[in-house]
Design a protein around this ligand. Structure first.
Ligand code: EPZ
Length: 430
């Protein structure tokens, strides 16, 4: 019955170390399959999703070692199979990065159709359009996306929507195509830049990542490298909002404050103090929270992956707030759970209208997806009384040692596996 048991009411106070960026790591692990030489990647978060990627790599013959918890050593000198259809890979989204990586290197890939959080339709037409523009054939058969090419030739690709996944996937394939590829209307997220930097450290020639035009000169081979992944913007943002909702004082360490600007700006708008230093950001929530409006947008806008966390905070603010979700159409499923904690939120298509309430009360909750799950944890930390959260497997996909990190900030949270453990928790917290 794995669940989190949480007793709310303690302000979170202290410092917390942020790990490597999940969504950068997933693409970088796939990209490591593009050279026969050894690649060492540091600051890899130890998560369910990264484990699944590594398992899938092993399943096609790639050697994977973990010299320590956050370092991975990969050698793809022998790849004995270009079909990635490991059972667990079907459940994650980032499996699609094997398409770009293997197509780029071997001119062929067969990968199970991607799964991932159920937050909307999540088509992959832009990935397919990009591969086709490079000269690949792409078809879907028996639950696999099959792509192959005699040669990949650089091309000019204009993306119809700003998409992180397609930008990275096309960059992967184009890194080893012949000639120049230009991606216009590219995503600018920090992890797009991180993947480009990683590929460049392997000998690729990618310019403009972080702007909306990326230029890639294909190279015939990539070499080994040692690389450290950037800190996770969303893990950091989640702890920053946890500080706000519990009226705490939390310093997130090992972050790049520039990547957190849209998050910091909203926290200041709703009444928190935010102090930045070189690699840390401190959030102090001494005053009552006030209402605001927010719309999720591609980077550098406010991230869709922070939408549930800010909604939880606005639910406890003074006044009426409006949250508009513009990236994924089905990302308000957690609102029913929040309502059961006393929140007053009305959802109309992609907009949530929030009338702030003075407090939440503990309830039995279910995590509908990764970020919403984490946001419900923050709501429970702010609530009066005890909450339980089921389906924590979603949360574990993206947050390493979440309960332990929260405990170090003074939270009363425990992972419990049985009714008896839950009873023990209840007795302990009183
Ligand atoms: C990535 O998903 C992340 N996942 C998501 O993180 C994140 O929410 C999202 O980017 C936006 O930042 C991974 O990196 C594994 P998109 P992705 O392609 O690549 C539409 C988390 O919690 N679109 O940027 O699937 C799409 O429907 C997760 O860590 C097309 O129309 O997102 C969406 O509306 C959840 N056609 C928009 O673009 C396509 O071919 C942005 O999607 C591709 C996307």
């Amino acid at each position: 019955m794995e669940q989190y048991a949480i007793k709310g009411g303690n302000p979170l106070v202290g410092e917390v170390e942020i790990g490597g960026a999940k969504n950068a790591a997933l693409a970088i692990l796939a990209a490591a399959a593009m050279t026969e030489e050894t690649v060492i990647i540091e600051n890899v978060p130890d998560l369910r999703d990264t484990m699944v990627m590594l398992q899938a790599m092993k399943s096609i013959g790639i050697q994977v070692e973990k010299p320590d918890r956050h370092t991975v050593k990969i050698n793809a000198g022998v790849v004995n199979n270009l079909i990635v259809e490991d059972d667990s890979i079907k459940k994650i989204r980032a499996s699609y990065y094997f398409l770009g990586a293997l197509l780029g290197k071997y001119k062929k890939a067969e990968v199970a159709l991607p799964g991932g959080c159920n937050i909307g339709l999540r088509p992959i037409d832009q990935h397919i359009k990009g591969f086709r523009a490079l000269g690949a054939n792409v078809r879907i058969e028996h639950g696999l996306i099959i792509t192959e090419a005699d040669r990949l030739i650089g091309s000019h690709i204009y993306l119809d929507v700003v998409t992180v996944g397609a930008t990275i996937n096309i960059m992967l394939a184009a890194a080893m195509a012949e000639g120049q590829t230009i991606i216009e209307n590219a995503a600018k997220e920090p992890h797009v830049v991180d993947v480009a930097n990683f590929l460049n450290s392997m000998g690729a020639s990618i310019k403009g990542a972080g702007t909306d035009v990326i230029r890639i000169k294909g190279v015939p081979r990539l070499h080994g490298t040692e690389y450290a992944i950037i800190p996770d913007q969303i893990e950091a943002g989640t702890f920053m909002f946890a500080a706000a909702v519990t009226r705490g004082d939390v310093t997130v360490k090992n972050v790049i404050p520039k990547h957190l600007e849209s998050i910091s700006a909203k926290l200041e708008e709703i009444g928190c103090e935010v102090e930045e230093s070189d690699d840390a950001v401190r959030v102090v929530a001494a005053k009552p929270l006030t209402h605001t409006h927010v719309k999720t947008l591609p980077y550098p806008g406010f991230p869709t992956d922070m939408q549930p966390q800010i909604t939880v905070a606005l639910g406890l603010s003074r006044g009426t707030s409006i949250v508009t979700e513009s990236i994924f159409e089905n990302r308000f499923k957690y609102v029913d759970e929040l309502t059961r904690m006393g929140a007053s939120i009305k959802v109309e298509s992609n907009t949530a209208i929030i009338d702030g309430v003075a407090r939440y009360t503990g309830a039995s909750l279910t995590a509908p997806d990764l970020r919403a799950g984490a946001a419900l944890v923050t709501a429970a930390l702010a609530a009066e009384g005890i909450s339980t959260i089921d389906d924590i497997k979603f949360i574990e996909r993206g947050y390493e040692d979440f309960p332990q990190k929260l405990q170090s900030l003074g939270a009363q949270i425990e992972k419990v596996n049985t009714e008896r453990e839950l009873q023990k928790f209840r007795l302990k917290v009183g």
